[in-house]
Ligand binder design. Structure first.
Ligand SMILES: [Zn+2]
Length: 385
């Protein structure tokens, strides 16, 4: 197997306190790294670097772990830029536009969905994402959700069944039957997915409906995730914590007891600044969560309605500028935080024997991700096979 040594790394972030400055960022300067196709073999100073089959000179640039995007809705057809324009002109977001994407996705061939998903996936990867989660939820029929599970599985092992995204048009007057469908035949057809998610919020599913769906998912052996408290104090955070869900995502509206519950749980709070940006909502209180000791992740929430964002660097810039995270907190949330939200310990950091998923930035420090918003700062992405 070919070995590669990367030398002259101006600033190396490992998220591994065993290395370097012994902080959570595990940072080294004038560093080197040896990897092969599968794992990290060595970390240290450039002057001590061993020989390898190939040599890459980082020219003083920074190296970070690959981003872990723990929340995307990547498999969909069509786009909804008209809704974005309307929102910017003052029309409030209410979640109903999801039905437009459901109609477009149902009508699209698998080849077309594969083509557009490949394009979005390539955008994420070019921006440094090396692990990504993908949700279904834009078909909402048994056969259609099953098709989306299979398509998402072509792009990631982290596939999430989101039949409980919205009650589709044809069940608008019979919600209970749709919930039964999700809990029964739809879940049976989609139970090979690693995760199940519910959109527990105003206009989507209430706490009782969400609880019933999560219970069946848990019984089927699926990991649990929740979209919660994006549009109001709607109980999603408390529900997620009560289930020990891996992650509750959005968290724009938080009571003191929500924050307390998260802080004493293993549920990660995932911030989706692209959604707040694209709906012109107040940004989630990530600062408050971090100060309370909650583990926070950052994700793109790439979807056509409320966050057509494929740049994790953009999310980091917003988290720093408008959510008041330090650059290091935002970088950690986009890497190790995302890994925690997926309950993975093999991604989100660089460790000897761990996956060699990393990004060589075209900048001397990782801080440039927030300091130079909009610039393309990825020089090279490496991902273990
Ligand atoms: Zn989402």
């Amino acid at each position: 197997m070919t070995t590669r040594v990367i030398t002259n790394i101006g600033e190396l972030t490992t998220n591994n306190p065993a290395f370097g400055d012994e902080t959570a960022m595990g940072r080294l300067w004038d560093a080197a790294l040896v990897v092969n196709d599968e794992e990290v073999l060595w970390v240290g100073a450039t002057r001590d670097a061993p020989e390898a089959d190939e040599k890459i000179d980082a020219d003083g640039c920074a190296v970070i772990p690959g981003f872990v995007d723990s929340h995307t809705h990547l498999v969909f057809a069509g786009e909804r830029s008209d809704e974005f324009e309307a929102r910017m002109a003052g029309t409030p977001y209410n979640g109903g536009g999801i039905r437009r994407t459901v109609a477009a996705t149902r009508a699209a061939s698998s080849d077309e969905l594969r083509r557009v998903t490949t394009k979005r996936c390539d955008e994420l990867r070019a921006g440094g994402v090396t692990t990504l989660e993908i949700k279904t939820g834009y078909d909402l029929t048994v056969a259609g959700e099953s098709r989306l599970i299979d398509l998402a599985g072509e792009f990631s092992d982290e596939v999430t069944f989101l039949g409980a995204h919205l009650v589709p048009e044809e069940f608008a007057h019979d919600r209970a039957s749709y919930v039964d469908l999700v809990k029964g035949p739809m879940l049976d057809a989609c139970s090979q997915a690693k995760w199940i998610d519910v959109f527990c919020d105003a206009g989507a599913f209430d706490v009782d409906e969400s609880r019933a769906i999560l219970e069946v998912g848990r019984a089927a052996g699926m990991g649990l995730r929740v979209h919660g408290n994006q549009l109001g104090n709607t109980g999603g955070v408390a529900l997620a914590v009560s289930f020990d869900a891996a992650s509750v995502d959005h968290c724009n509206f938080l009571s003191a007891s929500d924050v307390e519950a998260l802080a004493s749980s293993t549920t990660v709070a995932t911030m989706l600044p692209g959604a707040d940006f694209s709906t012109r909502a107040a940004y989630s209180s990530a600062r408050r969560l971090l100060d309370a000791g909650v583990v926070v992740a950052l994700a793109t929430d790439c979807n056509p309605g409320t966050s057509y964002v494929t740049s994790m660097a953009f999310c980091i810039a917003i988290a720093v500028r408008d959510m008041h995270l330090s650059v290091d907190e935002a970088l950690w949330a986009a890497t190790a935080g995302g890994a925690a939200a997926l309950r993975r310990d093999d991604v989100g950091g660089l460790a000897i024997g761990g996956r060699a998923d990393l990004v060589i930035l075209d900048a001397p420090r990782a801080a440039h991700l927030a300091y130079r918003p909009g610039a393309s700062l990825v020089r090279q992405v490496m991902r273990s096979t």
